[in-house]
Design a protein around this ligand. Structure first.
Ligand code: M6R
Length: 365
């Protein structure tokens, strides 16, 4: 069942180009039409003027990427909430907002309860983005988008995450179109970007030998920092979660601009700092945050595309990630941090597919 791979996690990381092309297929056929989300979606989505995303763990980070997309592409306000917090808050409902639950398994108890709570507050436009057909959460939602990642066995979510991102991108573009904020040219360019995405992800997978060398250096460490800004900040969060979840190395992620407000105190020559730094509008800011780290002796491991113009120097290691047209860059950059965590865990000899204390579906509180 594992084929040439040593673990399900490794297999699932490598299945991403296929998982993505399978998930993209209906989009490429139909374009960004509401029907992608169900027969009743046209009517329901036409009334939406905001989006509330409810999720846990990795799914929450997928939602956090989507917030940047929804605001910048569709000009739709978005709130992303950790389900276990939302369900116990005295949240103020806005029935014109769409409630999106993100859950790979469709069975996560806190996400299910958060959905029930949102409905009890009067939210009746609900969409589930899920990888498991007919599971509890999609069954309780008005609209559904199934990602086509195939079964994910490793506890650490990989292909479910990147396909969730695609679903959220499709939602963003669809809302933008409904609101008249997506020109035909823009739609075509997004569809082209989607078409090329599996190829870019394959290029990222080809970086595995280089990333493994970094992972060997990480393995003896007990702490690591991950930095990103803007739409790449949630990818830093996801990288830190992957690393701690399977290698048990303590990892934290920060938006790089927050460094000087506290975490910079942790940085010394024993602290590896991973930076997600493709060329985007915040790159120059990230570069100056990196200088702050270097000045304190922190060793930098930078994932940067060709356009970021980084060169290696003492204490600054660079891996060139594939260039990928703007907005979908977080999908491509999720892959190297998964590989880094995987190889660091291998080096440490942990149980990669079944990390201690964790379960694939969290159906208890
Ligand atoms: O099935 P779900 O997407 O609802 O699961 C939510 C989290 O438990 C899950 O994403 C968890 O954080 C992953 N194991 C992380 O890799």
């Amino acid at each position: 069942e594992l084929g040439p791979y040593s673990h399900f996690m490794q297999k699932e990381i490598h299945e991403q180009p296929k998982a993505l092309s399978d998930t993209i297929e209906p989009l490429l056929e139909a374009g960004f039409v509401p029907e992608l989300f169900g027969a009743n979606a046209k009517e329901l989505l036409s009334k939406v003027d905001g989006v509330l995303i409810l999720a846990c763990g990795t799914s929450y980070y997928a939602g956090s990427v989507a917030r940047y997309w929804l605001e910048s592409i569709a000009s739709v306000p978005c709130q992303v909430e950790i389900a276990s917090e939302y369900r116990y808050r005295d949240a103020v409902a806005n029935p014109n907002w769409l409630v999106v639950t993100l859950s790979q398994s469709g069975e996560t108890l806190d996400t299910m309860e958060a959905l029930k709570y949102a409905k009890s507050l009067g939210h009746d436009k609900t969409l589930s983005i899920c990888n498991v057909r007919e599971s509890a959460i999609p069954r309780s939602s008005e609209m559904v988008f199934y990602t086509r990642a195939g079964a994910e066995i490793g506890v650490a979510s990989t292909k479910a995450f990147t396909t969730q991102l695609l679903a959220l991108f499709a939602l963003t573009a669809t809302l933008a179109k409904i609101k008249g904020r997506l020109s035909d040219t823009q739609e075509q360019s997004y569809l082209d970007a989607l078409r090329h995405l599996p190829g870019s992800v394959q290029h990222a997978l080809n970086l595995e030998p280089q990333i493994k060398i970094w992972a060997d250096r990480f393995a003896p460490k007990e702490h690591a920092l991950f930095l990103g800004r803007g739409v790449h900040y949630p990818i830093a969060l996801e990288g830190a979660l992957k690393l701690k979840e399977i290698s048990y190395i303590h990892a934290e992620a920060y938006p790089a601009g927050e460094l000087k407000h506290g975490p910079l105190a942790l940085v010394d020559d024993n602290m590896p700092v991973v930076v997600i730094a493709p060329n985007d509008v915040l790159l120059e800011k990230v570069k100056s945050n990196m200088q702050e780290v270097r000045a304190r002796g922190g060793e930098l491991f930078v994932f940067a595309d060709l356009d970021s113009h980084f060169s290696e120097s003492e204490g600054v290691h660079v891996i060139r990630t594939p260039r990928h047209a703007g907005v979908l860059s977080p999908v491509v950059h999720a892959v190297p941090v998964q590989i880094l965590a995987y190889h660091a865990a291998l080096q440490r000899g942990t149980d990669v597919d079944k990390p201690r204390n964790l379960a694939k579906s969290v159906t208890v509180e």
